[in-house]
Design a binder for this molecule. Structure first.
Ligand code: GDP
Ligand code: IMO
Ligand code: MG
Length: 427
């Protein structure tokens, strides 16, 4: 297909909003032609859904390219890994006769998320009173906190049992000073070294060196982002963010692949906006339209099952996203979900006390006061799930896409019109 031919050796897929844009679907589609698929950031807070031949798969830690048996999958150094979750994913794949032996590699520099990190995540949320972040409680924040505090335990530590045991002991003691934890050090160390390590050992390696080798061999590499740009610890709606950098910088740090080697950077933009958890959301719809989008779009978290907050497309956050990530193109997803709405609103600016803002303010109090300035466009009512070319889309849908492309100044190259691999419009 012409689309694939124009892509370079290294393609990155990134979330542009607050996650759940449909990164998994495009990654899976591209993975047919890309041989090495790597995750760079986040952990099992991610939930990437793929539908193939009516069968649904949800990946939290495994890269979404794993369904092609030819593919090599890498969990990069920037990730934080809860191994019981990873092993469960592997068990699920085994049910479909899929084996990853010899083709899954886990960075020895990635950090381990223990069950007690998840417990701490929950306790931290409780302690916040009414100001919860609404985390996935997968231990992401506490694990990255340990990493930054330089007391974290890395995957490679498992290969040196004495070192691992000493670090685990110190880490648990550290957290016990602040939290009431239901963890027994001896049991935990034994579980990791005797039960998990034998299963994990074949996967653990220097993935930075491995990716360098693959790159130099000329293999095609696909880097799968997790979470979303506005959940970025630096650039998101802090403190209502995750604890890593889901933006392009995180992809470089989290794989060891330098910016110079990145070719296409595809931003996944949902045709409307969703958000799970707390935090400002200027275009949120707390009415029947929002309910309708949630229901038709199946907007319930892939990781926690929580209903996702739904709202109109927001170009203010997307303008910032494009700059932050040097996006080269857009995959607009879930356009089919908008069918049946009389009008489609797109926020082109924010109104803050009479001042027009084109970029999102960093102060959350200001952001909370911002009102969306909408461009109102006529909706469409046709079922577009069978459309495969731009020309087949109804005029109102084409206008909606064209407006987004013109406003954002980068091309919309693919448009999702359903969950399935084939349900894509190739612009
Ligand atoms: P991710 O975290 O970015 O990979 O996205 P999720 O998998 O959490 O959520 C996206 C959901 O939308 C999944 O259930 C996908 O199967 C589904 N999806 C992706 N693209 C489309 C599309 O174009 N149309 C429809 N109707 N569903 C889609
Ligand atoms: P994917 O990869 C949607 C959100 C959580 C919460 C905040 C912090 O599927 O797009 P955390 O557990 O990371 O400390 O939670 O970030 N969040 C996501 N929301 N999709 C995700 O991943 C998310 N990863 C984190 O809901 O608001
Ligand atoms: Mg998701």
């Amino acid at each position: 297909m012409a689309y694939f031919d124009q892509l370079g050796q290294v393609v990155t897929v990134l979330g542009t909003q607050w996650g759940d844009e449909g990164k998994g679907k495009l990654t899976d589609i591209l993975a047919e032609k890309y041989n090495v698929i790597a995750r760079a950031t986040g952990g099992s807070n991610a939930g990437h859904t793929i539908k193939v031949d009516g069968q649904k798969y949800v990946f939290h830690l495994l890269p979404s390219g794993v369904l092609y048996p030819k593919n090599i999958c890498v969990i990069g150094n920037g990730c934080v890994i809860h191994f019981p979750t990873l092993l469960k994913e592997l068990e699920n794949l085994a049910k479909y006769n899929m084996n990853v032996t010899g083709r899954l590699f886990v960075s020895d520099q990635a950090h381990i998320v223990f069950d007690y990190h998840q417990e701490i995540d929950g306790q931290q949320e409780e302690q916040k009173g009414g100001a919860q972040v609404g985390t996935t409680k997968r231990g992401i924040g506490p694990a990255y906190t340990d990493k930054m505090s330089r007391i974290g335990i890395r995957v490679g530590d498992l290969l040196f049992p004495d070192q691992f045991t000493a670090k685990l002991k110190a880490n648990i003691a550290h957290h016990r000073r602040m939290y009431n934890l239901d963890v027994d050090f001896e049991t935990e160390a034994k579980f990791y070294l005797e039960e998990l390590l034998p299963q994990l050992k074949p996967f653990i390696t220097d993935t930075v060196g491995l990716l360098e080798t693959y790159y130099k061999e000329g293999r095609k590499i696909l880097l799968e982002g997790a979470n979303g740009t506005h959940l970025d610890i630096d650039h998101g709606t802090y403190p209502y963010v995750t604890s890593s950098s889901p933006t392009i910088g995180g992809i470089c740090t989290g794989t060891g692949i330098g910016a110079h080697y990145l070719n296409d950077i595809v931003g996944i933009v949902k045709a409307y906006t969703t958000r799970v958890g707390a935090g400002p959301f200027v275009t949120e719809l707390e009415d029947e339209t929002g309910e309708k989008i949630r229901e038709i779009g199946g907007e319930f978290g892939s990781t926690t099952g929580r209903p996702r907050r739904c709202g109109w497309l927001d170009l203010v956050i997307l303008r910032r996203t494009i700059w932050l990530n040097s996006l080269t193109e857009i995959n607009l997803t879930k356009l089919d979900v908008l069918s049946g709405l009389e009008n489609l609103n797109i926020a082109v600016a924010y109104d803050y006390r009479g001042t027009k803002l084109l970029e999102p303010p960093s102060d959350l109090d200001i952001l909370a006061e911002c009102k969306p300035v909408y461009k109102v466009m006529p909706g469409f009512s046709e079922d577009i799930t069978k459309c495969r070319t731009f020309e087949e889309l109804p005029e109102a849908a084409r206008n909606y896409v064209q407006f987004i492309q013109d406003e954002l100044g980068i091309p919309v190259k693919t448009i999702g019109v359903g969950q399935g691999r084939d349900e894509m419009v190739w612009v």
